[in-house]
Design a protein around this ligand. Structure first.
Ligand code: NIG
Ligand code: FE
Length: 405
């Protein structure tokens, strides 16, 4: 049996089972042709195994590479001033209605070249990679016009090539109403459906379509029109749902067979039931909850009881979650939302993969899956969630290729 890499003297947290970490103590894992070729107890390594390279993990822990399944990583400018305004008492929605918020980032992003956007986003991606991220979803949504949306998505793809991680791109043209369409939201949705989305799709730049269904975003009816256009092109859908109010967004995206409903602070139990029925993943975003000083909690107990998979993501964006530590988000998901540590880690691996439709490719340690791995100097996988600020990553691999973070 041939292997390109054999990682030995390692404990495995496979995250492959419905509960727990899937611990294999004193284990080993072999990689061949970018895939996990074998894993198990080191004492049971096949005698015929020949490895081109051996990695002595010195008793560390190997987990699936982490997956950040909801980010707005590619943007220009800063909204630090708005964060200070909120600390002084201003509301996120009021800042948005006054032309700040998302539209402030739209102005900066429209004015930025692809080179400038990539230079701005690279340190954010590197920081996430130092937290063990090997797959990341990156949305557009700070262009709100065809050329800039395409530029954002091209930069997202270029980042994946430059840094070696797997990037999934999401078209979020329905993030906010651009100033040119003020008072004409239905016309903007028509533009999205008839021009922008087909152009992005023709360029092969979108793996999925997202929207912001909210009082300061788009209505359920407008969201449904967008989703119909996406599905006519064969693109999966997901939604910023029920973040600031309950518009039954989670039920809407579940009703469309969508990949995920994201945020979900105001999601009702009826919507949770719709998600369970459809197999739609709940993406919890504690960074935005924290940064907006929200008090309304996502319905974690109801999601758990209904068996809805819960993912956890950074929501990295300049306005509501200006951070680049997925491990910190796992800690916050437990402290703020009441997840258990093993649920949080599954939320950044197995369930995050499902939220991107990648569950047959990555998200746990299993023979045949992509060799997306993170090696940590920790005593137990719970340490990744319970502690923060330590950067315990020793190494990581995407498709069997070592990443340089
Ligand atoms: O996920 N809610 C809408 N979208 C982002 C915020 C984007 C922004 O404020 O720039 C979010 O929180
Ligand atoms: Fe978001």
């Amino acid at each position: 049996m041939q292997a390109d890499i054999l990682i030995r003297n390692v404990h495995l947290a496979t995250l492959a089972d419905a509960a727990g970490y899937g611990e294999v103590h004193a284990g080993a894992l072999a990689v061949h042709a970018g895939r996990i070729a074998w894993l198990g107890r080191e004492s049971e390594l096949p005698a015929t195994l020949q490895a081109a390279q051996e990695v002595d993990a010195q008793g560390g822990w190997l987990t699936p590479g982490l997956i950040d399944c909801h980010t707005h990583l590619v943007y220009a400018g800063s909204r630090a001033n708005e964060i200070e305004m909120r600390w002084a008492g201003a509301a996120y929605e009021d800042i948005a209605r006054a032309g700040g918020g998302i539209l402030s980032s739209v102005r900066a992003t429209r004015a930025a070249s692809a080179t400038a956007l990539q230079a701005a986003a690279t340190p954010r991606l590197r920081a996430l990679m130092r937290d063990g991220v090997t797959t990341i979803e990156i949305k557009s949504g700070y262009g709100l016009e065809t050329a800039t949306e395409i530029r954002q998505l091209q930069v997202a793809r270029a980042l994946g090539l430059a840094c070696g991680v797997r990037v999934r791109t999401t078209f979020l043209g329905a993030h906010a109403l651009p100033p040119e369409y003020a008072g004409r939201a239905d016309d903007y949705i028509t533009l999205l459906c008839e021009e922008m989305l087909p152009a992005v799709h023709a360029a092969g730049l979108a793996d999925a379509v997202d929207g912001f269904c909210e009082g300061i975003g788009f209505s359920p009816a407008q969201t449904l029109r967008l989703f119909a256009a996406a599905q006519a092109l064969g693109l999966p859908v997901k939604l910023h749902a029920d973040q600031l109010s309950d518009l039954s967004g989670a039920a809407l995206v579940a009703g469309c067979g969508g990949l995920s409903a994201d945020h979900m602070e105001y999601t009702s139990t009826a919507s949770v039931a719709a998600m369970a029925k459809a197999g739609t993943v709940a993406v919890l975003l504690p960074g935005a909850f924290y940064c907006l000083k929200e008090t309304r909690l996502p319905p974690v107990a109801a999601l758990r009881a209904a068996g809805v998979p819960m993912a956890v993501s950074s929501d990295c964006n300049p306005g509501t979650s200006p951070g680049t530590s997925l491990l910190l988000m796992l800690h916050m998901a437990c402290t703020l939302f009441g997840l258990r540590a093993e649920e949080a880690l599954a939320g950044a691996t197995r369930h995050a993969a499902r939220a991107l439709g990648l569950q047959s490719e990555t998200g746990c340690l299993r023979a045949g899956l992509s060799a997306d791995l993170a090696l940590w100097a920790i005593n137990h996988p719970r340490d990744l969630v319970c502690e923060f600020g330590h950067a315990p990553r020793v190494a990581s691999w995407c498709c069997g290729r070592a990443l340089d973070a």
